[in-house]
Each structure stands twice: as structure tokens, then as C-alpha cells.
Design a protein around this ligand. Sequence first.
Ligand code: BTN
Length: 337
Amino acid sequence: MNHQDTAHTTDSSTLRNQVLSILLEEPGEFVSGADLSERLKVSRTAVWKHIRALEEAGCNMESVHRLGYRLQSEPDVVLQPVLQKYIETDRKLGKFVQWVPVVDSTNTLASKLAKEGAPHGTLVTALVQDGGRGRRGRPWFSPKEGQWMSLILKQPFPLSRAAELTLLASVAIRRAIQKQTGLKIDIKWPNDLLCNGRKISGILAEIRADGETVHSAVVGIGINVNIPAHAFPSELKDIATSLFAESGQTIRKVPLVADILCEFEPMYNSLVNGTAGFVDVSEEWRQACSTLGTKIRLQTGANLLTGVAESIDNRGVLYLRTDDGTVHQIHSGDVLF
Ligand code: BTN
């Protein structure tokens, strides 16, 4: 790592990642504390501190007197050295990862880091959010079994195309979930992901625009990965679900995140280059959309509209026909459950 690579990570997380990288290089082998301390030019106590930090992050560490440390299995924690194994080196998204155990909201932290100069493609992720934010100021339930992350994007594109960002993200997440779990995932306009009619993932995109240009964006993604059904609070029990609850299997987070980034990157590039963007995947989106052709209740601003969701155009605008025959063009809103 050069200085620029580490500029937005703390020394301690850099060292933690370096310890992890060495252990990942030697799967199944013990690496002694003395060896780690010599290679990283830090004390044995510092090595031990980082081993403890890795354990607390969820890495299964074995420590044996005189032999040293080894990983019992490949950690399923979205730490930079683990994610790197799943991402091609020429990719920009996910090249830098800021992992924290607890944060109020990864979107809030990502916005702060973006302002401070974090590079394009930085992924901010937390084990737990204690102030997770959903759309329209709603709280977002974020226990340790889920995947909570925010992607910092810094390539400019026209403000008129901002809505496409979340539509593209929803297609990328759907593809990745389906590939990793075999579950059938539907999209609810504009970008909720559902499994058997219940929400499994949500997206919160926040942009910084100057005039007609979006200069930077934070795309926050929440996925209910391994949350047991009984752990959802009562107000969510009927409307939310998790990949674990639907598939009966513990789903690995790292390959899922890597797949999302790999799916999303070319879509985002095509939006930035002005070549295609949503139009390229709009047919797939329409096929996946459980909202189109059905009667829905839609909250848009202070208005509640009831009507048939007739179509969506290539910029993501929803056409809603209300009972009096009027067709409303809806740019943003919430389809109520
Ligand atoms: C929604 O209401 O559907 C959007 C939910 C977005 C939740 C994610 S979790 C990671 C990121 N950090 C947040 O505080 N929110 C987003």
C-alpha cells in the first residue's frame, strides 16, 4: 500500500489488514507472533492487539502457544484483504474498504470520508449500525447479521440522470443475490428488493450536485443477510425478511458484496460515459418489477395516490393511472405495502 492508499484508513486498521493479509497468504499454517512482529515492524503486544481486533470483527482465529496464529477458516467479514480475493485488480469499486465495528450510519460516515477526500470506489461498511437510515427519514434495522455498506462514487454525471443510480444498483443487487442464493428476487419501484413479497434489501442514495452535475454520490445498501426471522422487531415482522429466513442457509457476505460491486461497476461506468445507463438493463428491471401492471397505493410527497402502475420509462419515471383516468408521471415516491 502506498501513502495514498492508506490516507483514509487509520494506522490501526492498516496494521489489522496487514496482519490479516499475512494470515490469508498462509491458509492453514501457523504464523508466529515473532514473525508477524518482525515483518510488520511492530511489537508482539501490538500484533496480539490486532489479532484480538480481528477476532472481534468475526475472524475465527486459532492461537497456539509457541506456534502462533492461524485462521480456522476464511473470514466472512468485508475487510479489505478478504474482499480483494474476490475482486479483479483492475476494478475500482471496493478497491478501498473502510470497515468499522459500529457506526450510526455507513452513509453518514461515507459522506464525511468523501468530503475529506476518500477515493472513488471506497466501500464503507459496518458490522452494526446504531442509527441506520432508510428512505424518507425512517430508521433502518441494522443488526450484526446483515450487510450494511455505502459506496463512494466520484465520477461526475448529469443531475437529470440521478434516479438511474438506484435503479442500476437494484438490478446489480438482484443479480448478485440470485446468483449467490438461488432465491427469486423481485423489485418494487423504485428500488426495493423483495423476496416472496417481503423486503430483503433497500437502497439509500445521497448525491452532491453542483448546478446540473452530480459530483459525488454515496450509494447506501442494506441487505438482510443472515437475520433470523424471529429477530425482526414486531413492526417489521410482516413486511421484512432475510436471505437466511428464505433460503434456510447461512449466506456468505463477502462473495455477495463482491458480486454486487462487479455487477454495478460497468452499469455505473455506462451512466458516467453517457453511453447507456438504465436503458441497457431496463428490460430486465421491468421483468423483475412486481409493481408494474398492479393496483398500488403510492405516497409521493404529502400526496397519497391510488392507481395502476402502467409503465416505467428509460429514466425510471413511473406512469400511474388513477381511477379518473389521469396518468401521473411520478419521479419519486414510495409504494406502500
Ligand atoms: C430504504 O428505506 O429502503 C433504504 C434503506 C437503506 C439502508 C442502508 S444500510 C447501509 C446504508 N446506511 C444507512 O444508514 N442506510 C443505508
